[in-house]
Each structure stands twice: as structure tokens, then as C-alpha cells.
Design a protein. Structure first.
Lengths: 247, 316
């Protein structure tokens, strides 16, 4: 049997009477690129926080990289990488300092940080900027660097929360090249996006509506099921009946 | 007379040129889109036009008034919805609306017709504080507040960023209704698929306007035949085709790869013959109509190439 990077069974998170996440169940295989889609307010962020070891579920089960979300939060954190559009790097540190900082936090040894950060800067073509503050970099570069930093400690799984929002169309594609490469190196990718063309780049996607996973399949499978050629329409069909006010 | 005119506007922050010699016009009653990624200069243009920033060079006219000399008149005539939620979080829905009506010397009732469709959707939450509203509702309230004084021009800075597909399409329906009321609308978005909903668009990148035209005209002016291809292992196909000398451009587009040939004459058969070299499984190819995103990518590359060329000739 293939190994599972993430397993969720009836995972639920309740705030008072409000079921933010309502009995969701799914599995993500190792090395898979898994798209986690949903309308605003569907419960994606809440579910993602649980899977990253930042919040306890109310009921149900889940393991991430084989570790239990109730009892082994710290082990989960060590084995994952995380990047979001909103926060990822420190603007007031240089590129190298950011890499060193994150490498250090995740327990990569000093000699290794030194060696690998030089390699990384070279691969990204940022040798000249390595000692400049991150704040001065164009957004596209920041996002690519943030992703590289998120996988610097070679985690088993990387969580990407709308990593390409607002990024130009060429950089957006370069970013997906990096995702493919990470996946080819065995890193499982768990990604959210509002760009439906990016949903097509995933091996499988799930679509959340009102706290529940309403559909989960390959992009082709979903389009088949809804008898359409566009992911936009699949999403529209599922999400337009959402009862929850969007957020 | 156009509703909005920019003549060679340049806005700098220190050494950084955010808006670089930008000129365009927006006609009365037009729905005009500024399309480009973060950092392209969209917000700076909005802030110059709403008299909140002064450009270093160039002139801009809104409804016949100069943005520097007549800023007071302009402020009475335009509605502005900034990209960042800027209403009073501690005031309720109703209080925010009343506040904005009052400072513009009007009342909610006076221009009720204009906001009715949108306001009806948030009216049940009249007594909720703005800070406690969901994203979609905040957006609707902000739009109501920007409309309450019946502006002649509405400036909307990235109203749909971070919003899901369903809410986005609802928002554009609202804009369409407003357009019918003869309000000029200038809207910015990083989502290229929204471009086709505008009468005319400006494609903007690195502070420069790459093109201004009707969406269909931009699509029609794509200079080469465009093909969409796919295979079982699409990523391998993408990497193989990228290295091929006969291929000019090759980009992932959802489940397909969009590509152009260096030669002017090729067709599907030419592409198939090229792809065969790499033995793709289940290979398919068809000629397609370009999208705005195809045009944007092409123009961006042209811009980058000409800048590199300039850099090279300067001996950098």
C-alpha cells in the first residue's frame, strides 16, 4: 500500500455552535500535489491550522506525516513546511539571514545551512542580492524565495496558502515549476488557490463548501462528473449553493 | 470630453519608479479595467486620480478638473474603494453608511436607488459592526459607501482580490448594473479572466502601460497562431517542448500547454511532428483563440527583452 502523507477521518472543529469544519475525511499520498479549494468561509483555513499542528480538532482523527494531530503537534511542525501569501519572510532581514533564520528554527545544522543556502541563492539566481534586505525584492522573487525557504529543511509535506495571489502570470508559472520539482523530490504539496487554472496542475483536488468536503477527485474526474470542460464551472456548481456568508 | 485623462504621469518613491510615463483616457460611462499583478503601479495611479498622491511628472484630469489644482471638486465627484478595507470597524453597517452620506452632504434616502440592490443584501446586518462582517459583506458595504454621494466616477482598487469565484462573478454583475446608470467605472484586478468583462482595458506591468484596447481587440492582435497541447505526462511535455528549438513560447495553462512556433506558417501537424520526438503518451493538439493572459505574458516578455536589450547597449 502506498504511504499516506495526510489522513483525515471525520475531522471536526466547532466554535460554540458553529461547525467550521464538519466531519471531513480524505487522504493525501506521499509526493502528491493536492489542491485544497473552497469558497471563502468554507473552513479551509481552520482545517489547515489543524493539519499544521496549530489548533486542536473538536472530534475526529487525523495524522500528518504519520503523527497524530492531538498528541504530536510538535512532531508535525518539525516535519512540515508552511508558506502563505500574507506572511512568509522578514522584510528587515537579508535573503541569507532569512534562510539562516528559518533553517535554524527547523534545526538544520550550521554547516549544512551554510552550504545549502549558497546553493539555493545560486539556483534562484539571487547571488548579487543575497546580502540585500528582502523588503526590496519584487513580489515575484519574494514568493519564490519564500517557497524555497519553506522546503529548505526538506520537510515531508509543504502547506501553501494562496502562494500565488497577485503574482504576475509568468512568475506564477515559474512558481508551479518549483512545486512540480518539490513533488518530484518526494515532498507532498498541499496547496490552496483562487486560480482555477492552478487547480488543474494538482494531481487531485478537494472542494469545501460550508465546512464539508463536497467533492474530491482528479481535475479530469471532477469535470467529467459535472459534464463540463472548465474547473470554473465545477467550482461554481458546488459553491453557489453555499449557505454560509462568504469570508 | 473624456471622464478621466492621464498625460505622461510618473510617480516615484525615492529611486523607485512606480508609475512610468502613463497616459490613457477613460470615456464617460465606460467600464475600464487596469489589469496587472501586484506592484505594477495600479494603486499609485488610483491615488493620483483620487487626489491622494501628487505625481512628479505629467497631468491628470478627472471630470474636467485638474487633480492638483482642483482636488476639492474632484473629491466631491468621485467614489473610491481602496484595496484595503478602510471603513470604520467600530461603527455598524448603518452608521458607516450614514457617516459617509453626511460628510458628502447627502442622506442614505436621497441616493437610495443607486445602492438599493447592493444594500439590500447587507441590510439584515445593519446593526453589526463593520469589523465583524465577512469579507464578501465588507466588500458590499464598502461599495455602498463609495456610491452614497452618487459619484460621477467610481474608482475600485482590486475589489475582487482574494475573493472566491462565486463572489467574484456576483461582484461583476453589480458593476454591470452600475454601468447602466451611466457611472464611469475604473477598476483594477490581478485576475486576467476578469478583463473580458470590461469595455476597455489597460495591461500594466512594472509601472508601464503595455497596451490599451478592447479585450477582443487585444486578443485579435495576438501576432501568431496559438496552440493548446496536452499529454498524459504534461509536465514532462512542457519541459521537453521548452528545450525544442522550433518552439517560440510554451506555457502551462490549466490542463493544457499553450505554445507558439518560431516559424509563421506551422499548423497542428507541425506541432505533432515536433512533439513525436519526445514520445508523449496520448498527445493532443488544437489551434485556439488566445486569452488576455496569453497576450499579457507575450507583452511582458517583449517588455523584458527590450529592457535587457537597452541594458546591454548601455554596457551594463
Amino acid at each position: 500500500m502506498e504511504n499516506k502523507a495526510i489522513v483525515c477521518k471525520d475531522l471536526t472543529k466547532q466554535f460554540g455552535d458553529f461547525k467550521a469544519v464538519d466531519k471531513i475525511s480524505f487522504e493525501v499520498s506521499e509526493g502528491e500535489i493536492f489542491g485544497f479549494l473552497g469558497a471563502n468561509g468554507a473552513g479551509k483555513t481552520t482545517a489547515m491550522r489543524i493539519l499544521c499542528g496549530l489548533s486542536f480538532p473538536t472530534s475526529g482523527e487525523a495524522t500528518v506525516a504519520g503523527f497524530d494531530v492531538y498528541k504530536q503537534q510538535e512532531k508535525i511542525k518539525k516535519n512540515i513546511g508552511y508558506m502563505s501569501q500574507k506572511f512568509s519572510l522578514y522584510d528587515n532581514l537579508t535573503i541569507l539571514e532569512n534562510i539562516e533564520f528559518y533553517g535554524g528554527v527547523y534545526g538544520v545544522s550550521r554547516p549544512e545551512i551554510k552550504e545549502r543556502s549558497q546553493d539555493l541563492v545560486k539556483t534562484l539566481g539571487l547571488e548579487k542580492e543575497a546580502k540585500k534586505l528582502v523588503g526590496g525584492l519584487p513580489l515575484g522573487w519574494k514568493q519564490k524565495l519564500a517557497f524555497s525557504v519553506a522546503v529548505f529543511h526538506r520537510p515531508k509535506i509543504v502547506f501553501l496558502d494562496e502562494p500565488t495571489g497577485g503574482v504576475d502570470p509568468i512568475t506564477r508559472r515559474q512558481f508551479w515549476d518549483m512545486i512540480y520539482e518539490a513533488s518530484a523530490n518526494g515532498i507532498t504539496v498541499f496547496v490552496t488557490t483562487h486560480y482555477m487554472d492552478e487547480a488543474e496542475y494538482c494531481n487531485r483536488i478537494s472542494i469545501m463548501v460550508d465546512g464539508r468536503v463536497e467533492a474530491i477527485d482528479s481535475p479530469a474526474g471532477l469535470k467529467n462528473r459535472f459534464n463540463t470542460t472548465s474547473m470554473d464551472e465545477v467550482f461554481y456548481e458546488l459553491a453557489r449553493n453555499a449557505k454560509r456568508a462568504a469570508d | 470630453m473624456p471622464s478621466v485623462t492621464l498625460n505622461n504621469i510618473t510617480k516615484k518613491y525615492g529611486d523607485f519608479v512606480a508609475v512610468d510615463n502613463v497616459s490613457f483616457e477613460v470615456q464617460k460611462g465606460e467600464l475600464f479595467g487596469l489589469i496587472g499583478p501586484d506592484g505594477a503601479g495600479k494603486t499609485s495611479i488610483f491615488r493620483v486620480l483620487t487626489t491622494l498622491l501628487i505625481a512628479e511628472e505629467g497631468t491628470a484630469i478627472v471630470e474636467g478638473h485638474d487633480v492638483v489644482k482642483d482636488f476639492q471638486e474632484i473629491r466631491n465627484k468621485v467614489g473610491y474603494m481602496p484595496g484595503k478595507f478602510s471603513l470604520y470597524q467600530d461603527l455598524t453597517v448603518k452608521e458607516n453608511l450614514n457617516f459617509f452620506a453626511t460628510i458628502f452632504g447627502t442622506t442614505i434616502e436621497e441616493n437610495y436607488d443607486l445602492i438599493k440592490d447592493i444594500y439590500d443584501q447587507i441590510k439584515p446586518f445593519n446593526n453589526r459592526r463593520a469589523g465583524k462582517l465577512s469579507g464578501g459583506m465588507k466588500q458590499k458595504l464598502a461599495l455602498c459607501c463609495a456610491l452614497i454621494h452618487k459619484p460621477e466616477v467610481l474608482f475600485l482598487d482590486e475589489p475582487t482580490t482574494g475573493v472566491d469565484v462565486v463572489s467574484r462573478s456576483e461582484f461583476w454583475e453589480m458593476l454591470d448594473k452600475l454601468k447602466k446608470q451611466q457611472i464611469t467605472i475604473v477598476v483594477s484586478t490581478p485576475y486576467m479572466d476578469e478583463a473580458k468583462l470590461c469595455d476597455r482595458i489597460a495591461l500594466i506591468q512594472n509601472g508601464k502601460i503595455m497596451k490599451v484596447d478592447q479585450p477582443q481587440e487585444i486578443i485579435n492582435s495576438f501576432p501568431k497562431p496559438l496552440f493548446a497541447a496536452k499529454a498524459k505526462n504534461i509536465y514532462k511535455l512542457l519541459k521537453d517542448l521548452r528545450t525544442d528549438t522550433e518552439i517560440e513560447s510554451c506555457d502551462a495553462f490549466g490542463e493544457f500547454i499553450h505554445l507558439t512556433l518560431k516559424s509563421e506558417t506551422g499548423n497542428e501537424e507541425t506541432i505533432k511532428a515536433i512533439a513525436e520526438k519526445y514520445n508523449p503518451e496520448n498527445f493532443q493538439v488544437k489551434k485556439i483563440q488566445p486569452t488576455i493572459e496569453d497576450s499579457f505574458i507575450r507583452l511582458m516578455r517583449e517588455q523584458n527583452n527590450s529592457e535587457e536589450f537597452k541594458g546591454a547597449s548601455n554596457g551594463k
